[in-house]
Design a protein. Structure first.
Length: 189
């Protein structure tokens, strides 16, 4: 988030570009802001934030008489920010970012719980308290065969199918979650 002085600079930048019919050269913008006694470093930081992070302005070049000139123009998001005010606009954006993180955190917790559950079931299956009732896990002479227990569990077709289904579901869910979050994310400077 920008500090108070940077917010003033950003509002000045947006209003100046709006006054100049939504297009202004970088040189003209820099000259105007330096005239208002803003520091060059802060101007660059704020311009970078408005361009890259918030996408309120965008750069483009014009070629005039074999020379390239760099310009800024206001994006549709920039017009929204001008209408409601930069402070309110950025506060709304921060709230949206926080809201978008809540479902991700809940999803991660659910995935962790879903991953722990099969482990607990496997633990209870291998080290059951009363193993004499479960003849499937007893050796031929009634002794416990720990090496064969794991191999029997891993070769059990029902266990394998359930495990595949869990991983398939989680992979689809994580891919969808990743696609949704990367599409809506604003890049940081």
């Amino acid at each position: 988030m920008l500090n108070e002085k940077q917010l003033i600079i950003s509002e000045t930048i947006l209003n100046f570009i709006k006054e100049k019919e939504n297009i202004v050269s970088k040189y003209e913008l820099q000259k105007y802001l330096l005239k208002d006694s803003f520091e060059s470093k802060e101007i660059d930081v704020v311009t970078s934030f408005l361009e890259i992070h918030y996408k309120l302005i965008e750069p483009f070049t014009k070629i005039m008489i074999s020379h390239e000139y760099e310009y800024f123009r206001i994006t549709p998001e920039g017009n929204k920010a001008i209408k409601i005010g930069i402070v309110k606009y950025l506060a709304r954006k921060e709230k949206e970012n926080k809201k978008s993180k809540t479902p991700i955190i809940i999803s991660i917790i659910a995935l962790v719980i879903a991953a722990i559950q099969p482990g607990i079931a496997l633990y209870n299956l291998i080290w059951a308290e009363n193993k004499t009732k479960n003849s499937y896990y007893q050796g031929e002479n009634g002794n416990n065969n720990n090496d064969s227990i794991i191999s029997k569990i891993l070769s059990d077709p029902i266990f394998v199918e359930k495990t595949k289904d869990i991983f398939k579901h989680d992979t689809v869910f994580l891919n969808e979650l990743k696609r949704n979050t990367t599409d809506n994310r604003t890049p940081s400077p």
